[in-house]
Write a protein that binds this ligand. Sequence first.
Ligand code: DLL
Length: 435
Amino acid sequence: MGNYFQPEIETASREQITEWQNERLSKQIKHVYDNVKMYRDRMDEMGIKPEDIKTIDDLKKLPFTTKDDLRDEYPYGLLAMPLADCVRIQSTSGTTGRRVVAFYTQHDIDLWDECCARAIVAAGGTKEDVVHVSYGYGLFTGGPGLNGGSHKVGSLTLPMSSGNTERQIQFMTDLGSTIICCTPSYAAYLAESIIERGVQDQIKLKAGIFGAEAWTEEMRHDIENKLGIKAYDIYGLTEISGPGVSFECEEQTGMHVNEDHFIAEVINPKTGEVLPDGEKGELVFTSITKEAFPLIRYRTRDICILNHKKCSCGRTHVKMTKPLGRSDDMLIVKGVNVFPSQIETVMLNQGYDPNYQIIVTRANNSDNIELQVELSPAMTEETAEQIKAREKQLVAGLKAMLGIFVDVKLVEPKSIARSEGKAVRVIDKRNLYQG
Ligand code: DLL
């Protein structure tokens, strides 16, 4: 049996969890019906009244919420509380079209922090620990989420944020960091940098909490061996709060969803039909305790499997597998969510035809994204200098859109293979998804 942050909740009986979910769901539906026009209109259209939603079995009567809804309602449309009652905004990367802006009341932040605290305690964290947070701070939820969780646990929190590896290692050795929170790719990079500097024996790390992007079991073993730690997975998304929607326990066979706050369903992404335990499909969340930004049946586009089997850690909340893929074409490159359509928009705006290929690779634990774009026939008349200038302009446009460097290669017209069916736009050589 492990340690829990909130034992009575984390090990509650199924009956108790269902009771909480039923009660909170019906309250939440009334809250969104009263305060969010989009939900009210949809329910009115379908002839559903808040009183019709009494238990979690009624959930399937309600329509899904999608990323497009978030875009259409940007920025305030889905806000369910007066702005004056909100204390925080977090956001995903991307431009307006794809950017998600989530709002939090103080109560929302408190619950989010508790979810992250559960993850830290599950990884062995206590108030004696030094929690080194190297997720980005700012609009990204990683830094603020784990920071808040660490405070709740009472650990000494090092709000490092990302980057500056030299300083990270310095603090880690000087201040004796025991738990590191960052993306798995940064963890792997840190491990290599520590080995390169020969300072392994000055590192006191015992555990890592890694998420925000896909990572394989091989990567887990590699990080665990190199840093001499146990590596735990953590999952979440800005729309639903941030990290801590689910987290791994010592069994390391999937992540417990914090079911007292989020109802998880898995659906067939094509038909929307709810699938039974053990079947692979798209993960859908309903936030039942969020005040400011409650989403009902939000389609995450993450593909996974749910499993209610008893866990040796004693926790009773349902487990989800690591995401096994996406049901859309979103890529996570250097921790940034990238849609091919964003890249296409920049290209088309600069006068290129939509003949391109995106190649993602990983070397030395660092992602690289290359964009090959065909010159249009007229452009082939241009001088080498003009073409260089074009390349630069495209790099700058992509940097402005995505916030990351894209290695642009302008190629001859008709040199990118045409496909007979759906164009193959993305070649992801990282093979991060398993199963
Ligand atoms: O990545 C929140 C987070 C921060 C989670 C820190 C864990 C740690 P977004 O930027 O909104 O939020 O991206 C959410 O990232 O839909 C998944 O596709 C992916 N993702 C998040 N955690 C994992 C994970 C944060 N453990 C999107 N494994 C999600 C695989 C993950 N993919």
